[in-house]
Design a protein around this ligand. Sequence first.
Ligand code: MG
Length: 252
Amino acid sequence: MKKEFFFILFITLAVQRLVIGQIAQPKASEEWDPRLTEVWEPAPRMVTPGAGTAAPSDATVLFDGKNTAEWTHQDGTPVKWEVKDGAMTVVKGTGGIFTKKTFGDCQLHIEWRAPADDMDEGQNRGNSGIFLQNRYEVQVLDSHGGTTYSNGQAGAIYKQSMPLVNACRPAGEWQTYDIIYTAPKFNADGMKVVPGFITVLHNGVLIQHHTEIKGTTEYRGLPKNIAHGKGPIQLQDHGEKVSYRNIWIREL
Ligand code: MG
């Protein structure tokens, strides 16, 4: 009986020592079986990319060049902008247009063109804008010609962050914005606890790199931070004939 007891004790201690020894002395990484660090589940779902800048299979198309059904003016009336030749163009005085759906975090592709015949200067040279959650403007402007303040030129988070570089094409040419946006987060008391961030590629060139959004876009005064949920995307009527086409979004 005593013999058996000591035998079991010996085995137990030996096993413990073996296990602890293995934990205490991990193998050098070159001795690891490479399969130990492979992750198989879950597998990312399949998305079929679009040809060129066309919408991928899981995107919501907001404007296909013909149909403005996803948009409305602020008073809920149908879009009065001109739809022609696969593009929609601001009609001065009709007001901005808003997506009927609301969005938060997203990837947005949008193409725009400043009018070639707009010889005005500064902020009146092909000005429009893309307002995320109807609050935060990515500036649209002919910044290839004309001069204006740096934090108000094309690709600026208007009056907050100038673009890293000026990647603007001449007026009359189509340009792309690819925007990755994470919305600010607010707590139950309405305080901003996580700022919004934005990344923008202009014609494929990085111009905003995970830029912190300081608050609402304001023409006068400082940005504001009032709690909000999802919001529509607004395209601005600044009175100039800026055109848009091929707009699609992926909610993140
Ligand atoms: Mg603008």
